[in-house]
Structure formats: structure tokens, C-alpha cells
Design a protein around this ligand. Sequence first.
Ligand code: C5P
Length: 309
Amino acid sequence: MALSPPPATTGVRVRVPAKINLALKVGAPRPDGYHPLATVYQAVSVYDEVHVAWADPDVFEVVVSGEGADQVPLDDSNLAVRAAKLLARTHAPNDSLGAHLSIKKSIPVAGGLAGGSANGAAALLACAVLWDLDVSTEGLMALAAELGSDVPFALLGGTAVGSGRGEDVAPALARGTYHWVLAFGYHGLSTPAVYRHFDELSPGAPPPEVPADLMNALRSGDPRLLGAALSNDLEPAALDIQPRLRTVLETGLEYGALGALVSGSGPTCAFLVDGESAAVDLSVSLSAEGLCRAVRRATGPVNGARVIG
Ligand code: C5P
């Protein structure tokens, strides 16, 4: 009798969202060089897709298409490749697994939206399914934390509080759906460079705490309260490195955004608006100003990484 092919012979496709930080509180660097964070993440509806298929033993290859594809490394520093190798090494050390990875990008590279982390999270999930590994959600989350500070949140999605260096995530009580307009910058920002400049601007920053007004706003579901509570300790550093971002933020607020901030280490600027039609109006106005490379509408919160085929 012929054996059935494994269920995932054609491969596994995972969709994974971008994140914005509704609040990003940063302390002075720890002995390991990382900064202690108190952050609130929200997953928003800008997605990358990662497809994985079987490859010969120990072969790990990646191709990248879409938004900013030419800036994504194709060697072993690619987070999706690192994720696939880490999973194989830790959960199937004797099986000589391999994978062809294909990343379709919509999340801008070096944009402060955790696009690379999203690709790492998606590759972990996709390879676990492709190889039919016996790995728990907790096991995947632990590997995600090893890969990078934002990777666990990309698996979890929704709205969540992040602590430690950002990798320790817990779902937050949040009501409602929020409408965002995202303004993508012309040039990326290096996360380590922004953190270094933060240290220069804020020496001896106190231990970070999640802002109570933000958590109250999320529980109320009122976008006006949320707009007033958005905050990012890295914003002054990002604005110093790319002064044009200040004009982008001011312009969005002049056009009626309820709140505006640089997402993570930037340069993407996120504007909270009061519904779908306000989002259309603001994105048209911001595009017409020509201050940013591209403008996109998004809603949040959305799910974390999910298998879609
Ligand atoms: O953890 P991840 O690899 O995504 O972090 C990228 C870089 O961002 C780190 O090498 C570090 O320079 C900086 N970082 C930090 N503190 C954090 C998270 C990231 O200094 N909590």
C-alpha cells in the first residue's frame, strides 16, 4: 500500500502582523546592554507572510519579495532562517531537517514595526507545523524570546503588556477596535542607534512603569482617551536623528488625529483616528503633503501569527 504523503507536502503559510507600541517606557541599560522596558504592544493589520517547504537535510534557504525586500539579508542573520535553525536544533536535533523559506513583505524594514521579529515568529510557527514537531506554545514562546525582544509578541498578537527587555508578554485588558494611519519614513532607523542616543539624552533613566492612564484608556475603549495617553520614551532620540519626523507628527495632529507617536525606535509615525472615514481623510491629506514615503491605514488589535494555508 502506498504511504500517504505528509499532510504539509506543499508547505505551510503563516500570516503575521506588525506591531506598534502604544506606550514605550525605557530605563537605563542593564549589565547585558539591553534596556528594561515597560511597553504596551498592539498588533495592527499590516501583514507579512512566511511560506515554508521541505528542503534537503540541513539546507536552509530564504527568498524575500515585496516592501523593502532588497534590504533584507538572505544569509544566516535573517531572523526567519535563525528561527528555523533554532527550532530544528532544539526540538529535532537528530533529524537533519531543512526548509525553503519564502517571505512576502508588507511591513517596512527598519520601520519600528517589528517586521524582522514578525518574520522570526512566523518561521517558528510555520516550521513547527511543517515538521510536525511536538512543541508547546510555551516552548515556541521561549524560542521566540531567544530570537529577539519583540518576537514573542508577534506570536501572541492582540494588545499586550511587555516587560523585561520586551520579551515577557501578557495580554492586556482592552476594549474596541482602533483605527490607525501609519506614515512610513523614507529611510529606516537603526534600533541600537536610537537606544544609544536615548542613553545620551536620558542618562540614569528610572525603572520603567506602564502608564496607568493608558491602561485605563484601553479598558474604556475610548479612542480619545487612548490618543491622549500614547507615549514613547524613544521618540526624542528618533526625532533628533530624523528631525523631519517632528513635522510628520505635527502635520497629522493638525489634520485631526486624536494622538500621534513614533512607533518603537521609528521612523514609522502612527496616528490614532476616530474611525474608518477619518482614517481615509487623514491618509489622503498626509500623502498629499509628501512628507513620508507611503501612508497606510490599519486597524488593531489583530491576531498574532496564524497558519493560513
Ligand atoms: O532584541 P532585539 O534583537 O530585537 O534588539 C535589537 C537591538 O535593540 C539590541 O541589540 C539592542 O541594541 C536594542 N534593544 C535594547 N533594549 C531592548 C530591546 C532592544 O537596547 N529592550
